[in-house]
Design a protein around this ligand. Sequence first.
Ligand code: HEC
Ligand code: HEC
Length: 304
Amino acid sequence: MFNDSLPTFWSIWVAIITLIVILGCLWLVLAVKKSEKYKEETEHTVGHAFDGIEEFDNPLPRWWYMKFLGTIVFGLGYLVLYPGLGNFQGILNWSSTGQWQEEMAAAEVKYGPVFAAFGEKSIEELAKDPAALEVGGRLFANNCAVCHGSGAKGAYGFPNLTDEDWLYGGSPEKIKESLNLGRMANMPAWQGILGDAGIEETSHYVVSLSGRAHDEALAAKGQAHFQTYCAACHMPTGQGMQMLGAPNLTDDVWLYKAPNLTVLESVKQTLRHGRQGVMPAQLPRLGEDKVHLLTAYVYSLSQK
Ligand code: HEC
Ligand code: HEC
């Protein structure tokens, strides 16, 4: 009957003010009705004129008066039945959360079997099944497109899921792992260790790995830094390590290429400040069957 969304004091405060306002309206309507001045219709006017138009000072028409009373009765009735008076839930015990949960439960009963049926097929099979991909595409639009884009092509900081370049691996098992548990990348910040000169040199070496324009002398110095500080995660060749989500730096695909910066400047930013990309875990939100279907959808995007 009562929830605890407000502290008791404020709950009572809100309830009392609400009632005072409604009862105040009731008093006003009745008081005006009773007033001698409004007993009957007269030719008196309120005393002002706009462009020669005057206004009679008369009682409210009866239907209008009844409508006022009706709204007040409706308002009080509503507050008895539904939440509105502070923490009082109303005698129906209705809540929007409760209604949402009922709708979700009803949807689960209706659509659960559909997803369960997809859940029994293998990901490779689903990735070729147009009906499954259509439902998967809708799930993607609702749950993933905010970050990965409606075409799944990604954006600054959000990986493209349609290419063959994977941070964590593009096999059905690895994609499912990314979805189920989420991913948390950790690329440390290097400003403190490398300093401005070191960042400059290492960045030139990094862009040289994918054949981009670079300064030979700086890159040669950067290579030494790279082998000392970076090879542990990005491998001595710079080809990355999927276990850590450390990207391949040799393929000219950039997760953190800022739209207003060159690749070289973007790499410097990454090195100075580090990067911590987070992919939220989906299993607790969507359940096994939907994750299974989404895995097939994502897997299908990069299969030619
Ligand atoms: C502890 C492991 C680790 C070390 C050490 C490390 N990195 Fe990284 N690096 C990562 C991870 C993980 C990412 C992905 C970050 C993300 O997805 O948010 C990353 C991302 C990057 C990127 C961004 C690539 C892109 O596509 O935009 C660059 C560039 C980079 N690292 C270069 C370096 C350099 C140069 C060093 C050495 C100075 C270094 N990293 C050291 C783990 C590491
Ligand atoms: C809040 C933003 C966000 C949402 C929502 C989100 N993702 Fe991600 N996702 C990311 C980020 C950021 C990464 C990269 C993490 C990193 O930097 O290592 C990622 C990584 C991934 C990867 C790994 C890519 C690779 O190259 O290995 C897959 C697969 C993926 N997401 C699929 C999905 C799917 C499917 C959904 C919807 C159920 C989804 N994501 C929802 C932000 C999001």
